[in-house]
Design a binder for this molecule. Structure first.
Ligand code: URA
Length: 194
């Protein structure tokens, strides 16, 4: 039932022309993960070049780094997560999606959340955080905190984490470094998934 509804929604996205990103996309990037077993939704920013080419979120450099961190924290990308982005089409030159583009896409995103119905939502990066929370809040100030936010008809536990693209710039795993916090936050999420 859930899978059928998601397939129907994907069909709508495939022909979507609600914003200009539809004019330049190769593929829509609908989701990754198992809708039947996922306990959390991870929301990234937007598809990049590799995602546009393959139709799958987080498959480029940032995605590989995300996979490494998920593995270290004991979270299964395939079974525990359902991965989506704030928009389904790649913004040209990988720019940040505009508010209008995010609004045009939000009905699809909210429907996916409603259908998967997770108790936990991970805001992966500032763009995802700002889509659901006070725009002025910096991710570095709030990452790792559990925020109760009503999304798609239900209060859900939302946890902001750094975006893996940001972590590509910092290599240290030393206490207090961005990579250190990423691992801490994902370990906390692993506990919440139990
Ligand atoms: N960055 C994102 O935020 N999402 C992707 O799917 C890929 C890179």
């Amino acid at each position: 039932m859930k899978k059928v509804a998601l397939e129907e929604l994907k069909k709508e996205c495939l022909v979507c022309s609600k914003c200009s990103l539809g004019e330049t996309r190769i593929n829509i990037v609908f989701s990754d993960g198992n809708p039947d077993t996922a306990k959390a939704i991870l929301i990234g920013e937007a598809p990049g070049e590799n995602e546009d080419k393959t139709g799958t979120p987080f498959v480029g450099r940032a995605g590989k780094l995300l996979n490494e961190f998920l593995h270290k924290a004991g979270i299964s990308r395939e079974n525990d997560l359902y991965i989506i982005n704030t928009v389904k089409c790649r913004p040209p030159q990988n720019r940040v999606p505009t508010d209008d583009e995010k609004s045009a896409c939000s009905a699809y995103l909210l429907k996916q959340i409603e259908l998967i119905n997770p108790n936990i939502i991970i805001f992966c990066g500032a763009t995802a955080l700002k889509s659901f929370y006070d725009k002025k809040t910096q991710i570095s100030k709030i990452r790792g905190q559990v925020l109760d936010i009503e999304i798609a008809g239900k209060v859900r536990k939302c946890i902001p984490i750094f975006h893996p693209s940001y972590l590509l710039r910092y290599h240290s795993l030393e206490e207090g470094s961005p990579r250190y916090y990423m691992l801490e936050d994902l370990k906390k999420i692993k506990e919440l998934l139990k």
